[in-house]
Design a binder for this molecule. Structure first.
Ligand code: NAD
Length: 274
């Protein structure tokens, strides 16, 4: 029997994981409420079963989990920072209530897509997964802390393996990509703008340091995860250096922190933007 995998959240990362799992002959279900992704985009992922589920509603989550899965990869969220300001209610309903409902309904190991943002801003030094949670600036990232803790509480209660994987900014091609400006992250945004010969504008002089990971590396790590709390980022870089690489200039360096991650990475931003 092929392993059955539920990917809850048929978005940018979910689709890349689906593609990998399908290539490994797994029985893949992609579930979403089509908030940020169109159903037709998920249907175009060949070999996946596509189902509707809005995680804000208990009856829909229970119906989804009525069928047992060997594993669940949970990437569904209102992930956009700007949208968390314009629609805080939707963000909370999805990221808090939704996370609790999934935590309560799941009966198999879960891999959750969290964020390096849980550590807060102003980071220095080598940041490992033992770094405490930090101050938050928006609901989409604040909610990751609640989701991590509620998933942990329910997994502990029912002795289910749980992976909490804290992603840096993900870049690179996936079977599902979003065009909305609020959904395009900085590496791919700068890559496209620079290729079109447009000027890159930097907030705060581009001094902010970000963790970054290629979607192929992220999808492999999520697909293989078993039971771990870990960072998923290959490297850290300043936003100014992302711009420099996109414009084929020499990066200045100056990242204020480095990321500790136990995984192997096959891609780098410099190679991607070269
Ligand atoms: N992409 C990144 O750079 C990045 C960085 C850090 C963390 N993350 C986290 O990884 C996860 C996946 O990110 P992504 O880039 O694939 O985002 P995405 O927006 O492409 O995918 C999230 C999916 O969740 C779905 N969704 C939204 N509300 C829902 C609801 N109520 N019920 C069911 N589905 C719902 C959306 O329609 C979308 O398809 C998110 O939790 C995100 O916060 C992503």
């Amino acid at each position: 029997m092929p392993r059955s995998l539920l990917i809850l959240g048929a978005g940018y990362l979910g689709a890349a994981i689906a593609e990998r799992a399908i290539a490994a002959d797994e029985d893949v279900t992609l579930a979403d409420n089509w908030f940020a992704t169109e159903r037709a985009q998920a249907e175009a992922v060949e070999g996946a079963r596509v189902v509707d589920c809005d995680i804000r509603f208990a009856d829909q989550v229970e119906a989804l989990f009525a069928q047992p899965f060997d594993r669940v990869i949970f990437t569904a969220a209102q992930a956009s920072r700007p949208l968390s300001f314009s629609d805080p209610d939707y963000t909370e309903q999805t990221n808090l209530v939704g996370a609790r409902l999934v935590a309560q309904a799941a009966t198999s190991p879960i891999v959750y897509a969290s964020s390096l943002h849980v550590y807060g801003g102003g980071l220095t030094g080598a940041v490992g997964a033992d770094r405490p949670y930090g101050e938050q600036g928006d609901l989409s990232h604040l909610s990751k802390i609640y989701a991590e803790l509620v998933l942990k509480m329910e997994a502990r209660r029912r002795e289910l393996p749980l992976s909490l994987l804290r992603l840096g900014i993900v870049y690179g091609p996936s079977p599902i990509e979003h065009d909305r400006p609020e959904s395009v992250t900085v590496v791919d945004k700068f890559r496209k703008l620079a290729a079109a010969g447009e000027r890159l504008t930097l907030d705060d002089g581009g001094h902010a340091t970000i963790g970054v990971v290629h979607v192929e590396d992220a999808a492999r790590i999520f697909h293989e995860a078993t039971d771990e709390v870990a960072n998923v980022a290959a490297e850290t870089i300043t936003v100014g250096d992302v711009a420099a690489l996109a414009e084929h200039r020499q990066p200045a360096g100056g990242a204020t922190w480095t990321v500790e991650s136990p995984f192997a990475y096959h891609h780098s931003v410099a190679e991607y933007l070269a």
